[in-house]
Design a protein around this ligand. Sequence first.
Ligand code: ATP
Length: 252
Amino acid sequence: MQTQQFQIAQEIGAKLPPVELRDVCYARETTQVFQGLSLSLSQRRVGIVGRNGSGKSQLARLIAGLAAPDAGQVTVDGVTVATDRKAAIRTVGILFQNPDHQIIFPTVGEELTFGLTATGTPKAQAREQAHAMLARFGRPDWFDRSVHGLSGGQRHLVCLMAVLMMAPRVIVLDEPFAGLDMATTLRLSRHLSALDQTLIHISHDLSALSGYDRVIWLEQGAVHMDGAPADVLPAYETQMRAWGGSDDFADL
Ligand SMILES: Nc1ncnc2c1ncn2[C@@H]1O[C@H](COP(=O)(O)OP(=O)(O)OP(=O)(O)O)[C@@H](O)[C@H]1O
């Protein structure tokens, strides 16, 4: 299948924080995940799809600056995210599939205030902002709650609030709804879709991406197809059904 280049609506894209990957090479142990990947994202809602192991989570980590490319450059809104960490955490946030990969502190209050205090906000102001965030999400009583006493869905909400505390212009979502019940998923999706921020959303749930501005299909660390959801999602689904017809896992 030919990769399609998707034409960007410049008048919309110009106002949004650009996410740029230039000639990115990146290996994990013996796996060469990306070999010269270039991508320019400037839409408000970008979906990423691809098979298991195609490189989606590694792409998310590079965009969030949690990993540095071996060669090439990743910038978000002009910030080189892997090296300028202080600017990066105010520019781009990431929500993981598993909140336990994200949460560091024992209490909700500490988790919510850490990013702000680490980047110079006075402690009292950070606490005030955390209380305001908890009130916004209807959990004013959570500041002193132990994170480990919360359910998975509640921990997801803590992660979302911690990301929003930094007011990043771009949020990367790495399958944040996996394992959540339908009501929690609907509620979190509604909060996310109401956000002004640019969302780059990795998902195996194609319906979650149908209203997006652009969808990128990754295959073995390269862009296989790039375009409007109405073009990319049906093509992806058809290919997945065809591959799913085989009983062999050798290609996983
Ligand atoms: N910690 C690691 N050490 C070595 N190789 C890794 C590591 N993490 C990922 N990889 C490799 O990098 C490649 C891309 O993995 P990645 O996690 O980005 O895939 P993915 O598209 O997110 O898959 P999934 O849909 O299963 O989450 C895979 O070949 C994987 O084996």
